[in-house]
Design a binder for this molecule. Structure first.
Ligand SMILES: [Fe+2]
Ligand SMILES: [Fe+2]
Length: 322
């Protein structure tokens, strides 16, 4: 897959308030698409008055050089741990910003740097736990999470969205155990981790050549193999990653499994996966609305578990008879 070659990555200054000490990296604002100006340098303490002046001028995005992203990532990782240990110490806005930056750092590690290891999976599981917490505390949690993801790269948006919609369907399906919901959420977050290893970017087109299709069909197995090397990862997560493109009618891949052979949580993630793709704008088409997405999925007979799909339709449009 074409790796991102961003020279600068956006960060949240509000996160740095938590550290209240000298910066260990330079901070930039964006002037044009390709030029950035340094506003604070390594060793500075952030001058918040100056930040407010920038914000008043409509400058709300701040950046770090991609070369120094790792240092910022370490800040975010530690805060992510604190959020999971004691979310009451964070306002809901802070939690969402932190989850966005932790998800961004995790995707950068896994997809751009191809580091799928204990550390990145641990960070992914903290993103999932944080999102589950937001969903349980905030009735508009889905909307809040989706808003915080706007303007983010597709793979980041997709990973988090599939994770939260999988958790929602899992809950609607009667799964109450926190551990099981986290397994589904993590399977959702990691389901496409193998896509990072492809030689092309499948998000650029809906028309794959036969060679690209063949390669694409290997991403569940590639993802499973990458994760299989991670110490302590649960086998349920591997099964979800491996089977998220299987279909009850036997037309899925990689193994053409049929209905009862497919792991139930993988059927849940499969529905969330297609739904999230459909409701997201792509480079080659506009986003479908929720009703349109559900109709399209209903029309693809046998691709999804029928009962789960109807449950999902009710879950995402609870007030309408869809
Ligand atoms: Fe996939
Ligand atoms: Fe996907």
């Amino acid at each position: 897959m074409a790796k991102e070659t961003r020279s600068h990555i956006d960060i949240s200054l509000s996160i740095l308030k938590r550290f209240n000490r000298a910066l260990s990296f330079d901070v930039y604002i964006q002037r044009t698409e390709t030029s950035f100006t340094k506003i604070f340098k390594k060793g500075d303490v952030i001058d918040w008055e100056r930040v407010h002046l920038y914000e008043e001028k409509g400058i709300t995005h701040f950046f770090i050089s991609a070369k120094e992203y790792e240092v910022y990532g370490q800040f975010v990782e530690r805060l992510g741990e604190q959020l999971i240990d004691n979310s009451d110490r964070f306002s809901s806005e802070e939690s969402l910003t932190l989850l966005r930056d932790l998800a961004q750092f995790t995707c950068h590690e896994m997809i751009d740097e191809m580091k799928v290891d204990e550390r990145s999976v641990y960070n992914a599981s903290n993103v999932v736990s944080g999102c589950i917490d937001v969903l349980s505390k905030d009735s508009k949690g889905v909307l809040s999470i989706m808003t915080m993801l706007s303007n983010q790269p597709y793979i980041l948006k997709h990973s988090v969205m599939v994770s939260i919609f999988s958790v929602l369907l899992g809950k609607a399906n009667g799964i109450t155990s926190d551990t099981n919901l986290k397994v589904i959420g993590l399977g959702g977050f990691l389901h496409d981790v193998g896509v990072g290893q492809l030689t092309f970017d499948p998000e650029d087109t809906d028309q794959l050549s036969p060679e690209e299709r063949k390669e694409m069909n290997r991403h569940p197995e590639i993802g499973r193999q990458l994760l299989d090397r991670v110490k302590g990862i649960r086998s349920e997560v591997l099964q979800i990653v491996m089977q998220h493109h299987e279909q009850p009618n036997g037309n899925g891949y990689p193994n053409g499994l049929r209905d009862k052979e497919i792991y139930h949580p993988a059927k849940i993630v499969s529905i969330a996966d297609t739904f999230c793709s459909l409701i997201t704008k792509r480079s080659y088409r506009d986003a479908f609305n929720v009703g349109e997405a559900i109709s399209i999925m209903r029309e693809s007979h046998g691709k999804f578990d029928k009962q789960l799909l109807e449950l999902f339709a009710k879950t995402v449009s609870p007030k309408k008879a869809v």
